[in-house]
Unconditional design. Structure first.
Length: 289
Protein backbone atom coordinates (compact mmCIF):
# COMPACT_ATOMS: atom_id res chain seq x y z
CA UNK A 1 0.00 0.00 0.00
CA UNK A 2 2.77 2.55 0.84
CA UNK A 3 4.50 1.60 -2.45
CA UNK A 4 1.30 2.30 -4.41
CA UNK A 5 0.92 5.68 -2.70
CA UNK A 6 4.57 6.53 -3.43
CA UNK A 7 4.17 5.59 -7.12
CA UNK A 8 1.05 7.75 -7.35
CA UNK A 9 2.77 10.75 -5.77
CA UNK A 10 5.83 10.22 -7.97
CA UNK A 11 3.66 10.31 -11.10
CA UNK A 12 1.99 13.52 -9.97
CA UNK A 13 5.39 15.06 -9.22
CA UNK A 14 6.66 14.03 -12.65
CA UNK A 15 3.63 15.62 -14.33
CA UNK A 16 4.08 18.88 -12.42
CA UNK A 17 7.83 18.94 -13.11
CA UNK A 18 7.28 18.27 -16.82
CA UNK A 19 4.73 21.06 -17.18
CA UNK A 20 6.93 23.46 -15.23
CA UNK A 21 9.89 22.68 -17.48
CA UNK A 22 7.68 23.18 -20.53
CA UNK A 23 6.52 26.60 -19.32
CA UNK A 24 10.10 27.66 -18.49
CA UNK A 25 11.29 26.69 -21.97
CA UNK A 26 8.47 28.64 -23.61
CA UNK A 27 8.93 31.80 -21.52
CA UNK A 28 12.75 31.92 -21.54
CA UNK A 29 13.52 30.81 -25.09
CA UNK A 30 10.39 30.76 -27.25
CA UNK A 31 8.33 33.89 -26.65
CA UNK A 32 11.19 36.45 -26.45
CA UNK A 33 12.81 35.20 -29.67
CA UNK A 34 9.49 35.14 -31.62
CA UNK A 35 10.34 31.71 -33.01
CA UNK A 36 7.36 29.86 -34.40
CA UNK A 37 6.57 26.49 -32.87
CA UNK A 38 4.10 23.64 -32.98
CA UNK A 39 1.68 22.29 -30.41
CA UNK A 40 -0.89 24.23 -28.46
CA UNK A 41 1.57 27.08 -27.94
CA UNK A 42 1.99 27.41 -31.71
CA UNK A 43 -1.77 27.58 -32.21
CA UNK A 44 -1.97 30.13 -29.40
CA UNK A 45 0.64 32.31 -31.13
CA UNK A 46 -1.38 32.11 -34.38
CA UNK A 47 -4.62 33.24 -32.74
CA UNK A 48 -2.78 35.83 -30.65
CA UNK A 49 -1.41 37.42 -33.82
CA UNK A 50 -4.74 37.60 -35.66
CA UNK A 51 -7.29 37.93 -32.84
CA UNK A 52 -5.24 39.29 -29.94
CA UNK A 53 -6.18 36.38 -27.66
CA UNK A 54 -3.74 35.91 -24.77
CA UNK A 55 -1.47 32.89 -25.10
CA UNK A 56 -2.24 31.48 -21.64
CA UNK A 57 -6.00 32.06 -22.11
CA UNK A 58 -6.10 30.22 -25.43
CA UNK A 59 -4.04 27.35 -24.00
CA UNK A 60 -6.52 26.95 -21.12
CA UNK A 61 -9.58 26.76 -23.39
CA UNK A 62 -7.92 24.48 -25.94
CA UNK A 63 -6.63 22.18 -23.19
CA UNK A 64 -10.16 21.83 -21.82
CA UNK A 65 -11.43 20.71 -25.24
CA UNK A 66 -8.59 18.22 -25.64
CA UNK A 67 -9.19 17.01 -22.07
CA UNK A 68 -12.75 16.04 -22.99
CA UNK A 69 -11.48 14.11 -26.03
CA UNK A 70 -8.89 12.37 -23.85
CA UNK A 71 -11.57 11.43 -21.33
CA UNK A 72 -13.70 9.90 -24.07
CA UNK A 73 -10.98 7.98 -25.95
CA UNK A 74 -8.25 7.30 -23.38
CA UNK A 75 -10.28 6.64 -20.24
CA UNK A 76 -10.87 8.17 -16.83
CA UNK A 77 -7.48 7.22 -15.38
CA UNK A 78 -5.67 9.07 -18.17
CA UNK A 79 -8.04 12.02 -17.96
CA UNK A 80 -7.50 12.43 -14.20
CA UNK A 81 -3.73 12.67 -14.62
CA UNK A 82 -4.11 14.96 -17.65
CA UNK A 83 -6.43 17.16 -15.64
CA UNK A 84 -3.37 18.35 -13.72
CA UNK A 85 -1.70 19.53 -16.92
CA UNK A 86 -4.89 21.06 -18.28
CA UNK A 87 -5.03 23.65 -15.51
CA UNK A 88 -1.47 23.69 -14.15
CA UNK A 89 0.38 24.45 -17.41
CA UNK A 90 -1.54 27.65 -18.34
CA UNK A 91 -1.38 28.70 -14.67
CA UNK A 92 2.41 28.31 -14.35
CA UNK A 93 2.90 29.75 -17.84
CA UNK A 94 1.02 32.91 -16.82
CA UNK A 95 3.15 33.23 -13.67
CA UNK A 96 6.45 32.89 -15.52
CA UNK A 97 5.32 35.43 -18.11
CA UNK A 98 5.09 38.02 -15.31
CA UNK A 99 8.81 37.59 -14.45
CA UNK A 100 10.75 40.00 -16.73
CA UNK A 101 14.14 38.50 -15.82
CA UNK A 102 13.21 35.21 -17.47
CA UNK A 103 12.68 36.90 -20.82
CA UNK A 104 16.11 38.54 -21.09
CA UNK A 105 18.43 35.56 -20.64
CA UNK A 106 19.45 35.33 -24.31
CA UNK A 107 18.78 37.14 -27.56
CA UNK A 108 20.46 34.53 -29.77
CA UNK A 109 17.78 32.79 -31.83
CA UNK A 110 19.85 29.68 -32.51
CA UNK A 111 20.48 29.17 -28.79
CA UNK A 112 16.78 29.78 -28.14
CA UNK A 113 15.72 27.24 -30.80
CA UNK A 114 18.08 24.55 -29.50
CA UNK A 115 17.30 24.97 -25.80
CA UNK A 116 13.57 25.41 -26.37
CA UNK A 117 13.62 22.13 -28.30
CA UNK A 118 15.46 20.40 -25.46
CA UNK A 119 13.12 21.78 -22.78
CA UNK A 120 9.93 20.97 -24.71
CA UNK A 121 11.05 17.48 -25.80
CA UNK A 122 12.18 16.48 -22.31
CA UNK A 123 9.09 17.93 -20.63
CA UNK A 124 6.58 16.23 -22.93
CA UNK A 125 8.48 12.95 -22.58
CA UNK A 126 8.42 13.20 -18.77
CA UNK A 127 4.67 13.75 -18.69
CA UNK A 128 3.89 10.97 -21.19
CA UNK A 129 6.11 8.54 -19.24
CA UNK A 130 4.03 9.41 -16.17
CA UNK A 131 0.98 8.10 -18.03
CA UNK A 132 -0.53 11.51 -18.76
CA UNK A 133 0.02 14.32 -21.22
CA UNK A 134 0.71 18.02 -21.17
CA UNK A 135 -2.78 18.40 -22.56
CA UNK A 136 -3.61 20.13 -25.78
CA UNK A 137 -2.02 18.99 -29.02
CA UNK A 138 -0.24 15.90 -27.67
CA UNK A 139 -3.58 14.18 -26.92
CA UNK A 140 -4.52 13.49 -30.60
CA UNK A 141 -1.24 11.55 -31.20
CA UNK A 142 -1.90 9.46 -28.06
CA UNK A 143 -5.43 8.69 -29.28
CA UNK A 144 -4.15 7.66 -32.73
CA UNK A 145 -1.42 5.58 -31.09
CA UNK A 146 -3.99 3.71 -29.00
CA UNK A 147 -6.55 3.21 -31.77
CA UNK A 148 -4.32 2.73 -34.82
CA UNK A 149 -0.87 2.04 -33.40
CA UNK A 150 0.65 5.12 -35.03
CA UNK A 151 3.92 6.49 -33.64
CA UNK A 152 3.36 9.30 -31.12
CA UNK A 153 6.39 11.27 -32.31
CA UNK A 154 5.52 10.93 -36.04
CA UNK A 155 1.92 12.10 -35.59
CA UNK A 156 3.11 14.91 -33.35
CA UNK A 157 5.61 15.94 -36.02
CA UNK A 158 2.87 16.06 -38.71
CA UNK A 159 0.54 18.15 -36.54
CA UNK A 160 3.36 20.48 -35.54
CA UNK A 161 4.38 20.99 -39.16
CA UNK A 162 0.77 21.90 -40.02
CA UNK A 163 0.72 24.45 -37.20
CA UNK A 164 4.03 25.82 -38.44
CA UNK A 165 2.47 26.35 -41.87
CA UNK A 166 -0.26 28.48 -40.27
CA UNK A 167 2.34 30.65 -38.55
CA UNK A 168 4.33 31.04 -41.77
CA UNK A 169 1.58 33.38 -42.95
CA UNK A 170 2.85 36.13 -40.64
CA UNK A 171 6.48 35.12 -39.95
CA UNK A 172 9.67 36.02 -41.78
CA UNK A 173 11.97 33.43 -43.36
CA UNK A 174 14.43 33.41 -40.46
CA UNK A 175 11.74 32.69 -37.86
CA UNK A 176 10.39 29.88 -40.04
CA UNK A 177 13.80 28.21 -40.35
CA UNK A 178 14.46 28.44 -36.63
CA UNK A 179 10.96 27.05 -36.01
CA UNK A 180 11.73 24.00 -38.17
CA UNK A 181 14.96 23.42 -36.22
CA UNK A 182 13.01 23.69 -32.96
CA UNK A 183 10.38 21.13 -33.98
CA UNK A 184 12.96 18.64 -35.26
CA UNK A 185 14.97 18.91 -32.04
CA UNK A 186 12.07 18.37 -29.64
CA UNK A 187 10.68 15.54 -31.79
CA UNK A 188 14.01 13.70 -31.61
CA UNK A 189 14.43 14.44 -27.90
CA UNK A 190 10.88 13.22 -27.20
CA UNK A 191 11.67 9.91 -28.92
CA UNK A 192 14.81 9.47 -26.82
CA UNK A 193 13.04 10.27 -23.55
CA UNK A 194 10.18 7.85 -24.29
CA UNK A 195 12.67 5.03 -24.95
CA UNK A 196 15.03 5.96 -22.12
CA UNK A 197 15.66 3.01 -19.84
CA UNK A 198 13.55 0.69 -22.03
CA UNK A 199 15.95 -0.35 -24.80
CA UNK A 200 17.76 -3.64 -24.24
CA UNK A 201 19.91 -6.05 -26.22
CA UNK A 202 18.57 -9.27 -27.68
CA UNK A 203 21.06 -12.06 -28.34
CA UNK A 204 20.61 -15.32 -30.25
CA UNK A 205 23.33 -17.92 -29.75
CA UNK A 206 23.86 -21.02 -31.91
CA UNK A 207 26.28 -23.59 -30.49
CA UNK A 208 26.60 -27.34 -30.02
CA UNK A 209 27.42 -26.54 -26.38
CA UNK A 210 24.12 -24.79 -25.87
CA UNK A 211 23.42 -26.54 -22.55
CA UNK A 212 26.61 -25.16 -20.94
CA UNK A 213 26.05 -21.69 -22.39
CA UNK A 214 22.43 -21.67 -21.28
CA UNK A 215 23.49 -22.71 -17.76
CA UNK A 216 26.07 -19.89 -17.67
CA UNK A 217 23.49 -17.31 -18.75
CA UNK A 218 21.11 -18.38 -16.00
CA UNK A 219 23.54 -18.87 -13.11
CA UNK A 220 26.53 -16.66 -13.89
CA UNK A 221 24.82 -13.79 -15.70
CA UNK A 222 21.54 -14.11 -13.75
CA UNK A 223 19.41 -13.69 -16.88
CA UNK A 224 16.56 -15.72 -18.29
CA UNK A 225 16.72 -17.58 -21.59
CA UNK A 226 14.57 -19.44 -24.09
CA UNK A 227 15.60 -22.45 -26.18
CA UNK A 228 14.17 -22.24 -29.70
CA UNK A 229 14.17 -25.49 -31.65
CA UNK A 230 16.05 -25.01 -34.92
CA UNK A 231 17.85 -26.94 -37.66
CA UNK A 232 21.02 -25.98 -39.48
CA UNK A 233 20.50 -25.17 -43.14
CA UNK A 234 23.41 -27.07 -44.69
CA UNK A 235 23.89 -30.22 -42.60
CA UNK A 236 20.33 -30.30 -41.26
CA UNK A 237 21.54 -30.87 -37.70
CA UNK A 238 19.10 -30.21 -34.89
CA UNK A 239 20.52 -27.45 -32.68
CA UNK A 240 18.48 -25.34 -30.26
CA UNK A 241 19.04 -21.59 -30.46
CA UNK A 242 19.45 -19.75 -27.17
CA UNK A 243 17.46 -16.52 -27.00
CA UNK A 244 18.18 -14.08 -24.18
CA UNK A 245 17.58 -10.39 -23.49
CA UNK A 246 20.18 -8.51 -21.49
CA UNK A 247 21.01 -4.92 -20.61
CA UNK A 248 23.42 -3.11 -22.92
CA UNK A 249 26.19 -3.21 -20.28
CA UNK A 250 25.95 -7.01 -19.93
CA UNK A 251 26.77 -7.67 -23.60
CA UNK A 252 30.56 -7.70 -23.03
CA UNK A 253 30.18 -10.12 -20.10
CA UNK A 254 27.92 -12.42 -22.13
CA UNK A 255 30.29 -12.40 -25.09
CA UNK A 256 33.16 -13.41 -22.79
CA UNK A 257 31.13 -16.25 -21.23
CA UNK A 258 30.11 -17.67 -24.61
CA UNK A 259 33.64 -17.58 -26.06
CA UNK A 260 35.04 -19.27 -22.95
CA UNK A 261 32.65 -22.20 -23.47
CA UNK A 262 32.61 -22.36 -27.25
CA UNK A 263 34.95 -20.17 -29.36
CA UNK A 264 33.07 -21.35 -32.47
CA UNK A 265 29.66 -20.16 -31.23
CA UNK A 266 27.59 -18.06 -33.62
CA UNK A 267 25.95 -14.98 -32.05
CA UNK A 268 23.36 -12.58 -33.43
CA UNK A 269 23.06 -9.30 -31.50
CA UNK A 270 20.43 -6.62 -32.03
CA UNK A 271 18.76 -3.80 -30.14
CA UNK A 272 15.14 -3.97 -29.01
CA UNK A 273 13.21 -0.81 -28.18
CA UNK A 274 11.29 -2.13 -25.22
CA UNK A 275 11.15 -5.21 -23.01
CA UNK A 276 8.36 -6.00 -20.56
CA UNK A 277 8.10 -8.84 -18.10
CA UNK A 278 9.93 -10.51 -15.19
CA UNK A 279 13.44 -9.18 -14.74
CA UNK A 280 12.73 -5.91 -16.54
CA UNK A 281 9.36 -4.32 -15.76
CA UNK A 282 8.38 -6.89 -13.11
CA UNK A 283 10.17 -8.81 -10.39
CA UNK A 284 12.06 -11.94 -11.37
CA UNK A 285 10.41 -15.28 -10.75
CA UNK A 286 12.51 -17.95 -9.05
CA UNK A 287 11.25 -21.53 -9.01
CA UNK A 288 12.83 -24.51 -7.28
CA UNK A 289 13.33 -27.32 -9.77
Amino acid sequence: MPQIKFNHLFRIGLILAGNTLYAIGVVIFLLPSHIITGGTTGLALFFHHYLGISVSGFVLVFNLIMFILGLFFLGKAFALTTLISTFYYPFILGIFQKVPALQTITQDKMISAVFAGLFIGISIGMVIRAGASTGGMDIPPLILNKKLGWSVSVVLYILDFTILLLQMLFSNTEEILYGLILVMIYTLVLDKVLLMGSSQTQVKIISQKYLSINDAIIHRLDRGSTLIQAETGYLNHSCPVILTVISNRELVHLNKLVLEIDPQAFMIVNKVNEVRGPGFTANKIYLNK
